[in-house]
Ligand binder design. Structure first.
Ligand code: PHE
Length: 472
């Protein structure tokens, strides 16, 4: 006899865990920078439209498919494939994607932790040196940090869905909200903060073009943790009495609110110490911003807060990013863990060990691809540049594949599982869903224009990234 499937303990617990997955580096840094470069509130407006008109139905589809099948993503696709040969391929994709995202996200998370320790050790001054990052990522510290992150995630996941994932989210998410609000209040009291606010909040629609729209779509998709198998897996741990549509709306709202609030912290901070900055100069890479640009901004706070004060603000910021990254990392590693548990009937402990070792091994290869091992550093050449293993993993699994996975889930739910069954699952625990505007909209959109848009975004990204051809 198999043990009953694990479940989240409460609705709030589920919402915090799903929000913990969604709120990550994409919200805290990626969104503010994208907004700053691409028309401020105009970008926010387009982003919010995508979140609610495109991402919310996809999120509901993932959750409903998981709750109905009671399985991991591969098991879910097999369940609905019902013997059809090709659909399980989509299931494999929905397991490999989170595995590979965990690899590069794990590497970034360990850098964040390394910076937090360095600041606590009084080294903010060194971090602000432009050469520090390059030296740090190739230093021996990286191995110890990788082991530490693996241990932290391992302990959380070992305790399972309710006592591990849910409990960690219940501690870390409220702490994250408090730290974020504290930083926003502090930053808004700085001279010149208003210039940043003005820049952020006054819409400039002239900046909006096809590539900005494409970027907003990608950002929204990544930020809500879609196409990664996470919500299928979390759906399978959801209670039948809970409302999928209601919970999904709250998760989308929380994620968007955190992204918006992060903008109220990052932009005024940048403008306060760099009043003449041309936002075009800001790198669109979150990594460059977190690890090379922001430490300089924190150091500049020395003038108003002293070195200790500046270090304290920097430490709070890195702790905030660490919490956000850790809850996301936990959610994404749970996907292959549940895959191994379901498909191979292994215990959680054994599955965790196998998946953990696999991810750590790949993460090590990535960590060695910044110069230490030549072969991994110049691994491939495409899109007009040499690419390391780390670049390749980011390009394929972060930038490209998510809309394809999203497309596949839309088609599977609409045409394989069928809309009437999907509706019935959504009505469970949510009697008010039946006949609602959201139901009518989701039914219309999920099998028609949403997959078309996702497919176009996927094709466009492949052509631009790998072949240097710009369709739009
Ligand atoms: N939503 C996360 C973010 O905004 C993305 C993510 C989720 C990454 C889960 C990894 C794992 O950063």
């Amino acid at each position: 006899m198999t043990a009953p499937r694990e479940q989240f303990g409460s609705r709030l617990g589920f919402i915090l865990a799903a929000a913990g997955s969604a709120v990550g580096i994409g919200n805290l840094v990626g969104f503010p920078v994208n907004a700053a470069k691409n028309g401020g509130a105009a970008f926010l407006f387009i982003y919010a439209l995508f979140v609610f008109l495109i991402c919310l139905p996809v999120m509901m589809a993932e959750l409903a498919a998981g709750r109905n099948s009671q399985k991991n993503p591969l098991g879910t696709y097999r369940f609905f494939a019902n013997g059809h040969k090709l659909w399980p391929i989509a299931g494999w994709l929905a397991l490999i994607t989170p595995f590979m995202i965990a690899v590069f996200y794990g590497v970034i998370t360990l850098w964040v932790l390394g910076y937090l320790f360095a600041i606590l050790g009084g080294n903010l001054q060194e971090l602000a040196d432009p050469d520090y990052f390059g030296e740090f990522i190739n230093s021996g510290q990286v191995y110890a940090l990788l082991a530490l992150i693996a241990a932290i995630v391992g302990v959380i996941l070992k305790f399972g869905v309710k006592d591990g994932i849910e409990r960690a989210a219940k501690i870390m998410m409220p702490s994250l909200f408090v730290l974020l609000l504290g930083l926003v209040i502090f930053v808004l009291t700085l001279d010149n903060a208003v210039a940043g606010l003005r820049f952020y909040l006054i819409p400039d629609f002239s900046k909006i073009d096809a590539s900005v729209i494409n970027g907003a779509m990608g950002q929204a998709f990544f930020s809500l943790s879609l196409g990664m198998g996470i919500l299928i897996t979390y759906g399978s741990y959801m209670n039948r009495g809970a409302s999928i549509s209601g919970s999904a709306k709250l998760v989308a709202l929380t994620d968007t609110a955190v992204a918006f609030t992060a903008g109220l912290m990052i932009l005024p901070a940048i403008f306060a110490f760099n009043p003449d900055i041309d936002t075009e100069e800001l790198s669109s890479s979150s990594v460059a911003l977190i690890f090379t640009f922001l430490p300089k901004i924190f150091l500049a706070m020395e003038g108003v807060a002293g070195y200790t004060g500046a270090s304290a603000v920097a430490a709070i910021f890195f702790l905030l990013v660490f919490f956000a990254a850790l809850t996301s990392l936990v959610s994404i590693i749970e996907v292959p863990v549940s895959g191994v548990m379901d498909q191979m009937c292994y215990s959680r402990k054994k599955a965790l060990l196998i998946v953990g070792l696999g991810i750590a091994l790949f993460a090590l290869v990535c960590a060695l691809s910044f110069g230490i091992v030549e072969f991994f550093t110049h691994f491939l050449h495409y899109g007009g540049a040499d690419k390391s293993v780390f670049d390749l993993v980011v390009d394929v699994f972060y930038d490209t594949i998510l809309p394809l996975n999203g497309f596949l889930i839309c088609i599977m739910v609409s045409y394989r599982w069928k809309k009437s069954n999907f509706d019935r699952e959504l009505e469970q625990g949510a009697p008010d869903y039946k006949g609602s505007l959201l139901e009518r909209y989701t039914n219309l959109a999920l099998g028609t224009f949403i997959p078309v848009i996702l497919l176009l975004v996927f094709i466009n990204t492949v052509l631009t990234k790998f072949f240097g051809v710009n369709l739009i």
